[in-house]
Design a protein around this ligand. Structure first.
Ligand code: PLP
Length: 471
């Protein structure tokens, strides 16, 4: 392809992009293809000779699109959002065009310095203490792994990095509702799943700090080293909120690294009225939230903040001869702030989003999502045959159908999963589910970039109609 052809195709694809987004509501939200269906459509071998982009785009339309679940549909209510937005897409085009690999400052100074700037902006926007250093990781899973590894190194005086494990006495704590990435992190960090203590939760599904302290005291008595606590501000199941202030006090008392996982809920901190949820953060060691969830920035972009950047860098730094540069003492080389060496230029899309929407624009969208979720919750609360999970937090609404005639929990669960399946296979909406105390609840999050009140209300009307088959 030459530059002239590239220009032509780029314009055509830009139109394709705008058409796609404009008509996205006509497509099924959840892909309705069967396993293997796409694979069978694709040739077994690569083409020996050049094909033109038009032919490739024809196949995108014919083969690929039916196998896409439309996360950017305003009728997408499943999981948590993985939002894109117009400014973010434009930035991704620019990023791809630059094609810079931003492992150290010198390999693109603007990438490093824009990353520092956008992370500082996020601190100001969401009430994170200025003393924290910020870095963009690929995902909250990676951010939490980075936190666990930093905690392990601080606790072992950097001896595991040096000598490996001689004996393993490290213990990590999270609530029984914490994200599976905590378990993955302790597995990868060599601490082991059996050294992850899952602390019981209260009736709101928040970690009970007294039970945390009791577990820590027991471990100390048994010769273990309490190393890291992961507090969830907004669990994945129901957006339950672990109480940061008492947990931070306990961590401080016993010299434990406190990592806060606010992967989803962190975006809501643009609204000052929700910052009480992270009160006590100044006593935490690290904090993660995902702009790629609810801050309109294309996957992947996870914002990781850490108080002691020296420990972070000591945990991850490497300095082979071929990576030494003259600027090293004056700049941030983000290769030493995480696991990977090569890094994408992720700050650009965040910068585009914040500038194009403005802090007020971001606030307005998130406040709307929360208020539409509340309105929906108030409707479900009084709807016969429906049960709302409470507390309802931020923009997630969990509910179940509870027909009078069905009393058995397993039968209710089966019924709710059937109900969910029938909603999703309609193509009109996409919801997901969770389990609370053995009971299945449908999860409906309101957070897609272009969702409006009417989408939520239309979905609710559809849910009520469908439920008649089961009630
Ligand atoms: C989504 C989520 C994660 C995982 O996020 P990734 O960026 O996909 O790794 C971790 N913790 C919580 C609470 C989440 O909701």
């Amino acid at each position: 392809m030459d530059n002239q052809e590239f220009r032509k195709q780029a314009h055509k694809i830009a139109d394709w992009m705008a058409d796609f987004i404009e008509s996205i509501e006509e497509r099924p939200v959840k892909s309705l293809v069967q396993p293997g269906e796409i694979f069978r459509e694709l040739p077994d071998s690569p083409p020996p000779k050049s094909e033109n982009i038009e032919a490739v785009m024809d196949d995108v339309n014919r083969i690929i699109l039916p196998g896409i679940t439309n996360w950017q549909s305003p009728n997408f209510f499943a999981y948590f959002p993985a939002n894109s937005s117009y400014p973010s897409i434009l930035a991704e085009m620019v990023t791809a065009t630059l094609g810079a690999q931003c492992m150290v400052w010198e390999t693109s100074p603007a990438a490093a310095e824009l990353e520092e700037t956008t992370m500082n902006w996020l601190k100001e926007m969401t009430g994170i203490p200025q003393g924290f250093g910020g870095v963009i990781q690929d995902s909250a899973s990676t951010s939490t792994l980075v936190a666990v590894l930093s905690a392990r190194e601080r606790k072992s005086q950097f001896s595991i990095n040096d000598k490996g494990f001689i004996s393993n006495v490290f213990r990590v704590y999270c609530s029984s509702e914490a994200h599976s990435s905590v378990e993955k992190a302790v597995k990868i960090a060599g601490i082991g799943r059996s050294n992850l203590r899952k602390i019981e939760v209260d009736h709101q599904l928040a970690m009970d700090p007294d039970k945390l302290e009791a577990a820590i005291l027991r471990d100390i008595k048994d010769g273990f080293l309490p190393t890291c606590v992961v507090a969830a501000v907004g669990t994945t199941g129901t957006v339950a909120m672990d109480p940061v202030t008492p947990i931070a006090r306990i961590c401080k008392k016993y010299g434990i690294w406190l990592h806060i996982d606010a992967a989803y809920a962190g975006s809501a901190m643009v609204l000052p009225e929700y910052r009480y949820l992270i009160a006590g953060i100044e006593d935490a060691d690290s904090y993660v939230f995902n702009p790629h969830k609810w801050m309109f920035t294309n996957f992947d972009c996870s914002a990781y903040f850490v108080k002691d950047t020296e420990t972070l860098i000591r945990t991850f730094e490497i300095l082979p001869e071929y990576l030494k540069t003259r600027a090293d003492s004056q700049v941030n080389n983000y290769r030493d702030w995480g696991i990977q060496l090569g890094r994408r230029f992720r700050a650009l899309k965040l910068w585009f989003v914040i500038r194009e929407m403005g802090v007020e624009g971001i606030r307005e969208k998130i406040a709307n999502h929360i208020s539409w979720a509340r309105e929906l919750a108030s409707q479900i609360r009084v709807e016969p045959g429906f049960k709302l999970f409470e507390p309802q937090n931020l923009a997630l609404v969990c509910f179940a159908i509870v027909p009078d005639k069905v009393k058995d929990v397993e039968e209710l669960n089966r019924l709710n999963l059937d109900f969910l399946h029938s909603l999703n296979s309609s193509g009109k909406v996409y919801l997901s589910h969770t389990k609370v105390g053995g009971a299945v609840y449908l999860r409906m999050q309101i957070g897609q970039t272009n969702v409006e009140r009417k989408h939520v209300q239309n979905a609710w009307a559809f849910i009520k109609t469908e439920s008649l088959k089961y009630l």
